[in-house]
Design a protein around this ligand. Structure first.
Ligand code: FES
Ligand SMILES: [Fe+2]
Length: 426
């Protein structure tokens, strides 16, 4: 399959096949989801030895489990005997998980501990039948990621410049963040429709979310209407975000979606600036972004989410609210409220977005429509950004970020291994 021919960055054209084709999806499972670093969960979800949550890496079910020595590991949620799921719970605390089929039991470090009627087996070498580990697991300021590929670069290298922007959500206050959730729901849309939207689609806000603006229920607009400057930023490795450039008297309270949160940010502005520096505390304010392939962040409304693929034309969305650990309880509640009010199954923005993504996916299945490419020709007409920021800054209302995502996607899909991904020109 000629993947590169599906993405035409010079012409600004994307072949709609990429949003619904089963063959492309099969390749994505293998080359994107079995190779890239994927979000597994937050350290605050597994604070104690024995704590676990179940998650997915692509379509693979996994257990994220802190062992009795405090080390976090991740394992395929699959009993080595016949393949039954070892863990059926969403979360919990266990020294041992026992498979419900024949009772094989595994310890929190993934080892096979107990096999009923082991004497009836001919020389069962228990040490060879532990849970299948996720090859690499690491965390960045509370966010735990894993990759099935032992050859993948380190998480730090993988995140690259994107980590500098993630800090603006994760490292404002001493103690970092904690999460609540996830909300989980299924949508008839390809996962990439959401990944590209969160990665920089400032263009859709006026029409898609116009009703929230008209009704006055989106308070972020009060500030951004008067001051409306920003940029797209491509960080490399397919990671992309869109950010406001804040006004000269701006600060971490800029565009906060609630008056109480504006007050909270003003109260802690000095601490935030001492942790993040002036550029990240006062000059920029990221809105939304995507860590390639399927982890997205909305800084202002404090949501993080995974677009789990569930086939070429379906995804399961998992969405968490992120709050500062050091914040007073009432502020945490407010942060969770603003997160869910805007982005959750019933969120005022989420509902607007979801319907569009399902329609875009539907177009990729249209007998006639799928032979016409999708348009990504918006190149922007704003003056260049004067700030010296990590990554490549581009016009806010453009398709540069989206094309960047798809060029990287094509590169990952074509490459046979990580060496080829790294050596291919971006
Ligand atoms: S499938 Fe798990 S014990 Fe048999
Ligand atoms: Fe949106």
């Amino acid at each position: 399959m000629d993947i590169k021919s599906l993405v035409d960055p010079e012409g600004g054209l994307i072949n709609r096949r990429i949003f619904a084709d089963p063959e492309i999806y099969a390749l994505e499972r293998e080359r994107v989801f079995a190779r890239c670093w994927l979000y597994l969960g937050h350290e605050s979800e597994v604070p104690n030895p024995g704590d676990f949550v179940t998650a997915y890496m692509g379509e693979e079910p996994v257990i994220l489990w802190r062992d009795l020595n405090g080390r976090i590991g991740a394992y395929l949620n699959l009993c080595r005997h016949r393949g039954n799921r070892v863990c059926r719970a969403d979360r919990g605390n266990a020294r041992i998980l026992t498979c419900s089929y024949h009772g094989w039991s595994y310890t929190s470090d993934g080892k096979l501990a107990l096999v009923p009627m082991i004497d009836a087996f001919r020389e069962l070498e228990r040490e060879k039948w532990g849970l299948i580990p996720v090859a690499q697991v690491d965390s960045y300021k509370g966010l735990i990621f894993g990759t099935f590929d032992p050859e993948a670069p380190s998480l730090t290298e993988y995140l690259g410049d994107m980590a500098w922007y993630l800090d603006i959500l994760l490292d404002r206050r001493e103690g970092g963040t904690e999460v609540s959730g996830p909300h989980r729901w299924v949508l008839d849309a390809n996962w990439k429709t959401a990944a590209e939207n969160f990665g920089g689609d400032g263009y859709h806000i006026f029409s898609t979310h116009g009703s929230a603006r008209e009704l006055g229920i989106d308070t972020t607009t009060n500030q951004t209407r008067q001051w409306n400057q920003g940029c797209q930023i491509a960080c490399g490795n397919g990671h992309i975000l869109v950010s406001w450039i804040t006004p000269p008297d701006g600060g971490p309270w800029f565009a906060q979606p609630d008056d109480e949160l504006v007050r909270y940010m003003k109260e802690h502005a000095a601490e935030i600036e001492s942790r993040l520096g002036t550029m990240r505390a006062r000059k920029i304010s990221p809105s939304a972004g995507t860590v390639f392939p399927n982890f997205s962040i909305h800084w202002l409304t404090r949501t993080i989410r995974v677009w789990h693929p569930r086939g070429p034309d379906k995804m399961e969305i998992w969405s968490w609210a992120v709050v500062d650990k050091a914040a007073p309880q009432a502020i945490k509640e407010k942060m969770r409220f603003v997160s869910q009010y805007r982005f959750s199954p019933s969120g005022v923005f989420e509902q607007d977005d979801m319907d569009n993504w399902a329609q875009v996916t539907g177009a990729a299945k249209s007998l006639i429509g799928r032979s016409y490419p999708a348009n990504y020709q918006m190149s922007g007409n704003e003056p260049p950004i004067a700030l010296d920021l990590p990554g490549r800054t581009m016009s806010r209302f453009s398709d540069n970020n989206q094309l960047n995502l798809y060029m990287h996607w094509a590169k990952v899909l074509e490459a046979k291994n990580w060496d080829e991904i790294k050596s291919a020109a971006s």
